[in-house]
Write a protein that binds this ligand. Structure first.
Ligand code: NAP
Length: 286
């Protein structure tokens, strides 16, 4: 019988570490600051922005929000970002996705300075990650997944990691990180024939699809570590991509939903803000 990973506890400990880093920077008169741009009516996005605001307050990180209405243009947002790029009191810039449909997402994301790209979506940031450069921002969800896997003492070398999903924000970057750590990586997606052929071989299984319970007990190898990234609302309840209660019979460990990867994703963002504030002030290790 496997166990659910206590992600809340991991986040609690990591928050204490981060608080100390923020205090260290404050002693040097540096107050980490995140600028958040919200240009959508998406309810989930508003909730995420609220969660980020709350954790910023807890940690003593400043947050400046730009809540924009439907009349906003791509040019206006790019102008705001250019100003923020040149404002030395702002260390990180986050554009909450999705954006209003009329906006040019690529143009907006590309205008963020790679030095302030705390979400890690800029092509330059992702390029650095893919060539294995250390000094880059790791996108928040993959970074949060690694926080969990590292904390539970996961071994990567010689292990088979199977990722289901190949998105720019989760599947692709986590595959590269696990590859760099020494795992043998397989990526499955919507065009893969019979994903269970692959999931059954996984020592580490990461599922980021957005389909409730797409991974069931018969698709999981005995003793596997399972990371469930999915967030699905079904009959008013939030559930993951993995049928957790039954998969627990075969896996060794699994992240719960809710209370799993979502928690470390927000933490990772603020870790990136602190990293940005440190690097922009030439402080290598706060
Ligand atoms: P996405 O951009 O929609 O990508 C989904 C991926 O799943 C795609 O690569 C797609 O393949 C693949 N897929 C779709 N149907 C499939 C199937 N039947 N079999 C195998 N693969 C299939 O989604 P995302 O942004 O990566 O997010 C995935 C899930 O994670 C969502 O539920 C999202 O809400 C959640 N999420 C959670 C967090 C968190 O902090 N916990 C953060 C980000 C996302 P194709 O590429 O072929 O279309």
């Amino acid at each position: 019988m496997g166990e659910k990973i206590n992600v809340k506890d991991i986040v609690k400990r990591k928050k204490e570490d981060l608080k100390k880093k923020v205090e260290f920077l404050k002693e040097k008169n540096i107050i980490p600051k995140l600028a958040v741009i919200l240009a959508s009516e998406d309810e989930a996005s508003k909730i995420y922005v609220g969660k980020k605001r709350k954790m910023c307050e807890e940690l003593g990180i400043l947050q400046q929000e730009y809540i924009l209405d439907q009349s906003v243009t791509t040019e206006k947002i790019v102008n705001i970002i250019n100003k923020l790029n040149n404002d030395s009191s702002v260390h990180g810039i986050l554009v909450q996705l999705p954006l209003f449909r009329h906006l040019d997402m690529d143009k907006i994301l590309d205008s963020i300075s790679d030095k302030k790209d705390v979400d890690g979506f800029h092509p330059l940031t992702l390029g650095k990650l893919f060539i294995g450069e250390q000094e880059t921002f790791v996108p928040c969800t993959p970074k949060g997944i690694m926080t969990i896997l590292d904390d539970i003492g996961t071994e990567y070398e010689g292990k088979h990691a199977v990722i289901v999903g190949r998105s720019r924000i989760v599947g692709k970057p986590i595959s590269q990180i696990l590859l760099k750590r020494g795992a043998t990586v397989t990526i499955c997606h919507s065009k893969t024939n019979d994903i269970s052929n692959f999931t059954k071989q996984a020592d580490i299984l990461v599922v980021a699809v957005g389909k409730p319970h797409i991974v069931t007990k018969d698709m999981v190898k005995k003793g596997a570590i399972v990371v469930d990234v999915g967030i699905n609302r079904v009959n008013g309840k939030v559930i993951g991509d993995v049928d957790t209660e039954n998969v627990l019979d075969v896996c060794s460990k699994i992240t719960p939903v809710p209370g799993g990867v979502g928690l470390t994703t927000v933490l990772s963002l603020l870790e990136n803000v602190v990293q940005a504030a440190s690097e922009q002030n030439n402080i290598i290790k706060p």
